[in-house]
Design a protein around this ligand. Structure first.
Ligand code: NDP
Length: 341
C-alpha cells in the first residue's frame, strides 16, 4: 500500500495540525437534499485515508456524518493503526447554537455522536447566528466566543477557532477575545487567493485552513463559464508536467507553500493518495508567480440566501428576491439513516 507522509504546521496553542486533512462534506444534490447515499463510499475512502497516513479529519455538525467519522476513527484506534493522540479531529458548531450555553451543548452532542472524549479543534462554522427557523438571532460572535473559551477550559476541545470570518470580524474577535482563535477556515484556491486575509491571519499567529481547495477546477464543480484554471488548462498542465505531478497536486502544493492547510474532499481511493502526495516537490518562485495570476476573487461557495443576515462575511450581490435558505441547512438529524440527534 502506498503511504503518505504529511507534515504539520504549529498552532498558537503549541500543538501541531497536519498540513493536509480529509474533508467530509458530501454536499447537497440539485434538489438541495443532503447526499446521504454517498456516506458508505466516504466511510471506505476515509478508512483508506487513515490506513495510508492521513490523521487530520475535518467534519461538522452540519455534515451529518459525525457518527460515521467517529466509528472510523475509533475502529482505527482499536485496530492499532493510530492512537487517539495521533489524530487531529475538527468539528464545527452550527449557526443554531451561538449562545454560549448552545456552544457547549453542541460540542457535547458532537462528542457523543463521535464517541470521542475530546476534539482537537472546534470551529464557529459561520459568524452569523440563525435559528432553525431561519430567524436572525443577531447574537454577537464575541458572546458566542465565550462559549468556545469555556469548552476549551473544560478540556472538551484542545484548540478553538473560527470559519468564514473576514478580516474586520477577525480583528474585532482578536481584540475582544481572552483566547485567540487558533484557526480561520475559509475558502481558498487558485481563484480565491485571499491575500489580505491570509496575511492578517499569519501576522496574528492564526493558521489558515483552506476549504474547497480546488475551487471550480474539478469536473464536479466546473460549469460553462466557470473561471480558469480547469484541469486541462495549458499553464497548469505544463507546470504539472515539469514536476511529474497532476494539476490538482499543483493546486494543493501552491497552498502548502503559502503556509496554508488544505482539506480536500474525495470519495475516490486513488485520489486520497494523489491529494496527499504533494510534499516531495517544490514549485519554483516563477511558477508560484504564474499560479498567483489565476486569483480573480471568484467564490465557489457563495451562500447568498444568508446575505441579508447580520454578520454575513462576504460581499453582497444584487438579488431580488434573495433565495430562501434550503430546508436541509435548517433542520436535520445525523448519520447515514438520518436518525441520530
Ligand atoms: P474540494 O475542493 O475538496 O472538492 C471536492 C471535489 O473534488 C469532489 O467532487 C471530489 O470528487 C473532487 N476531487 C477531489 N480530489 C480530486 C482529484 N485529485 N482530482 C479530481 N477531482 C478531485 O471541495 P469541498 O467543498 O468539498 O471542500 C473540502 C472540505 O472543506 C469539505 O469536505 C469540508 O470538510 C470543508 N468545507 C468547509 C466549509 C466551511 O464553511 N467551513 C465549506 C465547504 C467545505 P470525488 O469525491 O468524487 O473524488
Amino acid at each position: 500500500m502506498t503511504k503518505v507522509n504529511i507534515p504539520t504546521f504549529k498552532l498558537n496553542n503549541g500543538r501541531n495540525i497536519p498540513a493536509l486533512g480529509y474533508g467530509t462534506w458530501l454536499g447537497l444534490d440539485d434538489k438541495l437534499q443532503f447526499l446521504s447515499q454517498d456516506v458508505p463510499k466516504m466511510v471506505e475512502a476515509m478508512s483508506h485515508a487513515i490506513d495510508v497516513g492521513y490523521r487530520h479529519i475535518d467534519t461538522a455538525h452540519l455534515y451529518r456524518v459525525e457518527p460515521e467519522v467517529g466509528q472510523v476513527v475509533n475502529k482505527k484506534i482499536e485496530e492499532g493503526v493510530a492512537s487517539r493522540e495521533d489524530f487531529f479531529v475538527t468539528t464545527k458548531v452550527w449557526q443554531h447554537n451561538h449562545s454560549p450555553a448552545g456552544v457547549e451543548a453542541s460540542v457535547r452532542a458532537s462528542l457523543r455522536r463521535m464517541k470521542l472524549e475530546y476534539l482537537d479543534l472546534v470551529l464557529m462554522h459561520w459568524p452569523m447566528a440563525i435559528s432553525e427557523d431561519g430567524v436572525d438571532e443577531k447574537i454577537d460572535y464575541l458572546d458566542t466566543w465565550r462559549g468556545f473559551e469555556s469548552v476549551l477550559d473544560q478540556g472538551l476541545a484542545r484548540a478553538i477557532g473560527v470559519s468564514n470570518f473576514n478580516v474586520q470580524q477577525l480583528t474585532r474577535l482578536v481584540e475582544g477575545a481572552r483566547v485567540r482563535p487558533a484557526v480561520n477556515q475559509v475558502e481558498l484556491n487558485l481563484n480565491l487567493g485571499q491575500a489580505d486575509l491570509v496575511s492578517y491571519c499569519q501576522g496574528q499567529g492564526i493558521v489558515v485552513v483552506a476549504y474547497s481547495p480546488f475551487g471550480t477546477m474539478v469536473p464536479s464543480r466546473s460549469y460553462e463559464g466557470s473561471p480558469e484554471p480547469k484541469l486541462d488548462n495549458p499553464t497548469m498542465v505544463a507546470i504539472g508536467k515539469k514536476y511529474g505531478k497532476t494539476v490538482t497536486q499543483v493546486a494543493l502544493r501552491y497552498l502548502f507553500q503559502r503556509g496554508i492547510v488544505s482539506i480536500p474532499k474525495t470519495n475516490t481511493k486513488s485520489r486520497v493518495v494523489e491529494n496527499a502526495s504533494i510534499f516531495d516537490f517544490e514549485l519554483s518562485p516563477l511558477d508560484v508567480a504564474e499560479l498567483a495570476k489565476f486569483d480573480n476573487g471568484f467564490r465557489t461557495v457563495r451562500p447568498v440566501f444568508w446575505q441579508n443576515y447580520e454578520n454575513y462575511p462576504f460581499e453582497k450581490i444584487p438579488l431580488d428576491p434573495v433565495p430562501a435558505i434550503p430546508e436541509s441547512l435548517k433542520k436535520w438529524k445525523n448519520g447515514i439513516n438520518g436518525d441520530i440527534k
